[in-house]
Design a protein around this ligand. Structure first.
Ligand code: DAK
Length: 268
């Protein structure tokens, strides 16, 4: 797979690089290596812009977010936050940007290597799937700077790894290796350092080749399972299942099965 295919529609971002490495896959590289990809406001703003444009682009079916081999991201930019007041924090749009991340409908795959800490870990967990390199290290070290996680580190992480381990991670800066992340269900697979990004892109390409509405609704239903009771979640799932019968892709998928041919998805 050629990861060096030039961007088909270059946009002038400063803190991220946006590419289309293969058909139907958008790739966003966090690009502040000198600060271990710390998530300053500018980076987060660019990331959300790029995600939203891929989300609206019909030719894109899945999105990969990555950093570099040394760091996915070491978290929010501490230098930017160090002297902030409560009002500064509320007025900077930080919360809004993280909320916008939750509204991306297409599947997001985090390709994680090296440091994946604080807000960086929360960004990876906010994605739908994590593909980790063997060197990935996950953690929520906010306690070392006198705060706690603020973008899911006490909530999503706890749902993934359970209470006792989440307590160790948040209260005592326990870091998880890639193996542990896999064992506890935070990551779905691990790959060697020279392979994890290619693997993440291949996985994204496979998902992107599937029925687009089905993929989006599957993502939505699974994410709802974290917010609803089992009964409400089951009922939500049923409704999305029935809604898909209003799509052309459901007709095409089932007809293709009966006719013993490959379906041609239109995302309608
Ligand atoms: N912010 C700013 N700069 C950072 C940084 C960070 N988080 N992490 C690293 N850097 C910078 C370092 O300052 C250094 O810069 P120079 O000194 O070269 O100018 C450069 O990156 C290389 O870092 P080191 O020299 O420290 O590299 P080492 O290999 O020695 O150590 C390290 C790597 C990752 C162990 C270390 O850099 C480190 O501990 N970094 C801080 C990790 C951390 O505490 N992260 C949590 C930050 S708080 C919210 C949303 C999000 C958040 C909160 C709320 N809402 C929506 C409400 C998130 C909060 C956080 O993430």
């Amino acid at each position: 797979m050629d990861l060096h295919t030039p961007d088909l529609a270059p946009i002038n971002f400063q803190d991220i690089i946006v590419e289309r490495p293969v058909e139907r896959v958008g790739l966003i590289r966090l690009n502040r290596p000198q600060a271990l990809n710390a998530l300053r406001s500018q980076l987060m703003e660019e990331l959300i812009n790029a995600l939203q444009s891929f989300d609206h682009e019909a030719t894109i079916g899945a999105i990969v977010i990555t950093g570099n081999d040394k760091a996915f991201s070491a978290g929010a930019d501490i230098t930017e936050m160090a002297n902030a007041t409560l009002t500064d924090m509320l007025n900077r749009g930080m919360i809004e940007r993280w909320r916008q991340l939750r509204n991306i409908r297409k599947p997001l795959i985090a390709a994680v290597s090296g440091h994946c800490l604080g807000g960086g870990c929360e960004l990876a967990i906010a994605c739908d799937i994590i593909v980790a390199s063997e060197t990935a290290k996950f953690g929520q070290p906010e306690i070392n700077i006198g705060v706690i996680p603020g973008a899911g580190g006490t909530q999503r992480l706890t749902k993934a790894v359970g209470k006792s381990l989440a307590m160790e991670i948040v209260l005592n800066d326990r870091r998880l290796t890639a193996e542990e992340a896999l064992r506890y269900g935070l990551a779905s697979r691990i790959a060697p350092l020279d392979q994890y990004l290619t693997d993440a892109i291949s996985l994204a390409a496979q998902i992107a080749a599937r029925a687009p509405l089905g993929v989006q609704m599957g993502k939505e239903a699974i994410n709802k399972s974290f917010e609803m009771s089992l009964a409400d979640g089951m009922s939500y799932e049923e409704k999305l299942f029935y809604i898909l019968f209003a799509s052309e892709d459901q007709k095409e998928g089932m007809r293709a099965f009966v006719e013993k041919r490959k379906p041609v998805w239109r995302g309608q």
